[in-house]
Design a protein around this ligand. Structure first.
Ligand SMILES: Nc1ncnc2c1ncn2[C@@H]1O[C@H](COP(=O)(O)OP(=O)(O)OP(=O)(O)O)[C@@H](O)[C@H]1O
Ligand SMILES: [Mg+2]
Length: 144
């Protein structure tokens, strides 16, 4: 598989192609780091990816915990992290990040930059940028 960098410019109503591409790559890269400013659409993209992975769970950003668990229709786990409130690397150790990152499930991570040095390779990265209120640019790449 060659994930040469893919660059897509999409509105919310067209999110499906991004979610489909990410879901296809997830077969091989089960860790997805999603970068983007506050309100750029990370959670919205994760909703679309989780749907694409055939999960019927309700997706919402983890608030009290740092991670939500969903399951796909085969019973595989999907972990949705929002690390915005993570204060230190120690907190990542406290929640046992290794079990998630190197375990069997899929990890979808908002605000991964907080623990940049702990991110596993190979991984997929999605970088979202906002250039107008109604459209987003998505850069998808693999990091080895
Ligand atoms: N692809 C898109 N095109 C247009 N608008 C979008 C898109 N994705 C999300 N939005 C809008 O942007 C807003 C924020 O979306 P969302 O909550 O997904 O952002 P976020 O990056 O998860 O934010 P936070 O940093 O707070 O976690 C919502 O109002 C949503 O409707
Ligand atoms: Mg969010």
């Amino acid at each position: 598989m060659n994930i040469s960098e893919q660059y897509l410019h999409l509105t919310q109503s067209q999110l499906d192609p991004v979610a489909k591409a990410v879901a296809a790559y997830i077969q091989q890269l089960s860790f997805v780091a999603i970068y983007g400013e506050m309100g750029s659409g990370k959670t919205t993209l994760i909703k679309a990816i989780v749907k694409e992975l055939k999960s019927t769970n309700e997706v919402s950003s983890p608030t009290f915990s740092l991670v939500n668990e969903y399951t796909d229709n085969s019973g595989n786990s999907i972990y949705h992290f929002d690390l915005y409130r993570l204060r230190s690397i120690e907190e990542a150790y406290d929640i046992g990040y290794e079990e998630y990152f190197y375990g069997k499930g899929v990890c979808l991570v908002e605000w991964p930059q907080v623990i940049e040095s702990l991110l596993p390779t190979p991984r997929l990265e999605v970088h979202i940028s906002t250039h107008s209120p109604n459209t987003r640019d998505f850069l998808i790449k693999s990091v080895n």
